[in-house]
Design a protein around this ligand. Structure first.
Ligand code: CS2
Length: 508
């Protein structure tokens, strides 16, 4: 197969494939997206595609990769087009998405990314950069000692991090009198907009201090500012950071998917994206510079996303991590297989029951319906969502998925046995790499200190206490010791008897 999916070939695809119904040449960029991975392409880009089809032509997406050029290399020869394959046991539908107009690779050309961010047509910047890219220290504040932050403070015009790009472009927009864009965080962090806002103000304050030290309190290039409000103050007061809850399960694309989809299209698609039928996006409605009419495409616009976010992080993502680690320890490679294991299924039901009381009781959440739907989604055999994929970056994910609920249950006088078993399963799965699991089966930013720690063969409770300290779990919290004790008891049982041994202590 020689010919490639592109503007030229898209109209000749089989009639069963849905293609953009709008003239892509007439779409103007209005959104810059940082982190143009598979999740973005299955979620925000698909919603925006519908807005473009409905005639809102000002909201095309400029996709930015902050690290590698892989996505650009695959999609640029395809004019940014790719196939979204929506799959469940009932079948598959193929949709070519046209909302990504161009692709940039930040390390290759930071100037081009800054040009897109400062383009007055850019009114929204969305982000899916994964939890670890927010560069939070164990206590939750900005990790000011991180080498990339240090780099960006020293080289504000050539940034590497999302923080550096946002700060520099907001400074330049302010200097030219251009309204700030709205920053819409789409990562699985609690209060994600507010969290990014706080981190960016912290970053900008360090940047302001640095520039002041260099004898220039003004934003570089700004003729109109005379050291009045700092950039930090400007970001704190003038830039909107609505929070949002995003949801769609998106397994990593495999070579088999590539070959199969290209065969169905009759032209090569170098990077199609696989996903499930379900999708959800709940966004706080705070867009001073305007926004697409997302509500017409099924997005829920709200005043406070908190309750939706907590429900999603604690029930969906919490149980996803549980299924990943317990599944790996039980030899299950995919979520549907792990979830079909009766012991894991029973454990997940108990885990949900333990976490539900931490959710707001007065927000109208229908948790029974939500978990029934999760059970159906996790049983989707067509997705083959790998447990190892979800297992990545546990130290960054567990705080909001598991540890927060465990702290709250413990404070309320309950014993969070299931929640702490998930933390123990994470530690056990990390220890199992290079033994019963392949060496780099999944990775974590804390791998270096974790591997060193496991090599010391400390008593279990000491190991767990050190892991909590490294990851900042329940840092400085009154419940810390209780949670360490519970986790250590589970870890001991996991080491002795595997998941079955740990489940037995819970009557499973
Ligand atoms: C998963 C999420 O990989 C993971 O950690 O839990 O990516 C999950 O599939 C999405 O949040 C679903 O919306």
């Amino acid at each position: 197969m020689t010919s490639r999916l592109s503007n030229d070939t898209v109209q000749a695809l089989p009639a069963s494939v849905a293609v953009p119904s709008y003239d892509r040449a007439r779409i103007a960029p209005g959104i810059v997206h940082l982190g143009v991975g598979a999740f973005h392409r299955a979620h925000q880009a698909a919603y925006v595609d519908e807005c473009l089809a409905a005639g809102e032509t000002d909201w095309g997406i400029v996709g930015v990769s902050l690290r590698s050029g892989d996505t650009r290399d695959a999609l640029a020869p395809q004019d940014g087009l790719y196939t979204l394959a929506v799959r469940d046991s009932g079948g598959e539908s193929l949709n070519v998405i046209g909302s990504i107009l161009s692709l940039l690779v930040a390390p290759e050309n930071p100037g081009a990314v800054l040009a897109a961010l400062t383009d007055p047509r850019t009114r929204i910047v969305t982000l899916t950069i994964t939890e670890k890219a927010y560069l939070r220290a164990a206590g939750g504040g900005l990790d000011a000692a991180h080498p990339d932050i240090v780099h960006d403070l020293a080289n504000p015009h050539m940034p590497k991090t999302a923080h550096g790009f946002l700060a520099e472009s907001l400074a330049r927009r302010r200097a030219t009198g251009c309204q700030p864009f709205t920053v819409l965080c789409c990562d699985n962090l609690p209060a994600n907009g507010a969290t990014l806002h706080r981190l960016l103000v912290e970053f900008a304050a360090l940047r302001d201090a640095r520039l002041a030290q260099q004898g220039d309190a003004r934003v570089p290039g700004d003729a109109r500012l005379t050291g009045d409000a700092s950039l930090a103050q400007h970001i704190a007061d003038e830039v909107a950071f609505p929070s949002s809850m995003v949801d769609r399960i998106v397994p990593a694309t495999t070579d088999t998917d590539r070959t199969r989809i290209s065969g169905l299209l009759g032209v090569e698609d170098a990077w199609p994206v696989m996903t499930e039928p379900f999708r959800q996006w709940v966004i706080e409605d705070d867009f001073p510079a305007g926004r697409p009419s997302w509500e017409k495409s099924g997005v829920t616009m709200v005043g406070d996303v908190g309750p939706f976010e907590d429900m999603k992080l604690r029930l969906l993502n919490g149980s996803h991590s549980a299924i990943a680690y317990l599944g790996l320890l039980s030899g299950h490679a995919t979520v549907d297989r792990a979830f079909a294991d009766p012991a894991i299924r029973q454990f997940v039901d108990q885990l949900w029951a333990e976490a539900i009381p931490t959710l707001p009781q007065d927000a109208g959440l229908d948790t029974a319906d939500y978990i029934a739907q999760l059970a159906r989604r996790f049983s989707n055999t067509a997705l083959a969502h790998r447990t190892a994929q979800i297992a990545n970056d546990g130290s960054q994910k567990l705080p909001q998925r598991i540890v927060a609920s465990a702290i709250e249950r413990s404070e309320a006088g309950a014993v969070p046995e299931r929640l702490t078993l998930v933390v123990a399963a994470w530690i056990a799965a990390c220890e199992a790499r290079g033994r019963t699991l392949p060496e780099n089966h999944f990775t974590d930013p804390l791998d270096l200190p974790l591997v060193a720690l496991f090599g010391r063969n400390l008593p279990t409770e000491e190991t767990v206490a050190t892991v909590f300290d490294l990851a900042g779990f329940a840092k400085d919290h009154t419940e810390l010791q209780t949670l360490i004790g519970l986790t250590a008891a589970h870890l001991e049982r996991l080491r002795q008897g595997g998941p079955a041994g740990a489940f037995a202590a819970l009557g499973i």
